[in-house]
Structures are given as C-alpha cells and as structure tokens.
Design a protein around this ligand. Sequence first.
Ligand code: AP5
Length: 218
Amino acid sequence: MIIIFLGPPGAGKGTQCKVLVERYRMNHLSSGDCLRRERRNNTELGQQAQSYMDKGQLVPDELIVAMMMKEIEKTGVGAGVVLDGFPRTLGQAHELDRLLERAGKNIDAVINLQVDDNELELRITGRRSCSGCGAAYHIVFNTPRQENICDKCGQALVQRSDDTAEIVKNRIATYHKQTAPLVDFYQKKNILKNLEGNAAIEKITANLCRMMDEMITV
Ligand code: AP5
C-alpha cells in the first residue's frame, strides 16, 4: 500500500504517520527528516538545502526528487510506505507518478490533513522535537512524561531552527502557493481523502484508523 500524507506545515502529519508505522507496519519516509539527516551529516545536499529551509522556502525540485527517488527505491514500494512531506509541488508529483509507473505501482490514497492557519502557528511554535529519534512533542498539547526528555529514547528535546514565528509564516505561505494545488491534482485522480485535523490528536488518530481499516477491507 502506498499512502501520501498531505497537509500544511505543523498539521500533525508526522504525529499521525507514527500510527501508520506502529499499527499498520508501514515504512515512513519523511522528506523533512531526510533533509535534516543530510544537514546533520553535513553533506553537499544538506548544505544546499539549509538556506531554503531556514527561510521557510521549498528546496528545489531537482534536489528533492533525486533524494526521495533514492529513498523510495531503497525502502521499496512493495511492503507499504507512507510518504510524508513528498510530493510538495506538481513537478514532484509528476516525477513520483513516473517512478511508480516504472515499478508497476499505484498510489492507494492521498490523506489530506486539514488544519486552520492560526492553529498551525500554535502547533509549530510550541513543538519540541527529540534530538535523537525526531519524535514530536508540544509544550501544551503533547507533553513528554519528563520535561524536555523524549519518552521513547531519553534524548533531549530541542526546538527546530525553522519553528520560529517568522519562518512559520513563510512556510504556511509557501504551502498555499506551491503545495495546495496538489489537493486538486489528487482529487481529480479520485484518490484524495480529507481528514479533519482541527481536533485532538487521539480523535484524529481514531478517524485515520477508521479510514485505513475501510481501505484495507475493500
Ligand atoms: P518538514 O519537516 O516536512 O516540515 P513541514 O511539512 O513543515 O511539517 P512539520 O514537520 O513542521 O509538521 P507536521 O505536519 O509533521 O506536524 P507534527 O506532527 O510535527 O519540512 C521542513 C522543510 O524541509 C520545508 O520547509 C522545506 O524547506 C523542506 N522540504 C521538506 N520536504 C520538501 C519537499 N518535498 N520539497 C521541497 N522542500 C521540502 O505536529 C506539529 C506540532 O503539533 C507538534 O508539536 C505536535 O505534537 C503537535 N500536534 C500534532 N497534532 C496535534 C493536534 N491534533 N492537536 C494539537 N497539537 C498537535
């Protein structure tokens, strides 16, 4: 099964993707996590991506597509994969279609997590991410058991450098301009499933699982 998780920055894509990994044994490929790994390893791609990420802009398609094609091929599309944050432009979506066509595979569903802009700012500026495993917490909505320590791996929680109020505004504007057109693109292909995201994490998870169970039993 191939699932794309679409949604604005801070909508909760990463948070809900963890459910697909744990409950449905899917592989999770997050383009943002891949880029942050490249940055930590100080690779050429990481250095090239940094200036775009720090401004809340998208990394150019040619860099992202090359990176994600490698990641997808490494993971394989046979076992079940959820793509989080990719594709994010129509150009990326066409490249993904080409890759899947060559592999004889289809996208099963595009889950569009819908959240209001003012809620996104609250979620992102309050996010704290684990410096070890990348798990996301929130200072109000999703706190760790021990302050500033990851429940899962015990590493320190940090604020992502692009989670400041100013950069968040740019990320949201970038989403509306360059990524929102994908909603229409996948709607026309009849594979778009809207998921209400202005709710508590557990409620969204319950609705997501219902959606997944329906897809699996069809
Ligand atoms: P990326 O890392 O993909 O960031 P993003 O899309 O902006 O998404 P986030 O990771 O910020 O949010 P999320 O939706 O996963 O939310 P989360 O679950 O953490 O990309 C970063 C940058 O990399 C981009 O700006 C771009 O430069 C570059 N990039 C990446 N992919 C690219 C591509 N394909 N092309 C070009 N450039 C690319 O939740 C957020 C917070 O809210 C957390 O604190 C969480 O605990 C909390 N929360 C979650 N759900 C709820 C809820 N229901 N109620 C209350 N709080 C909640």
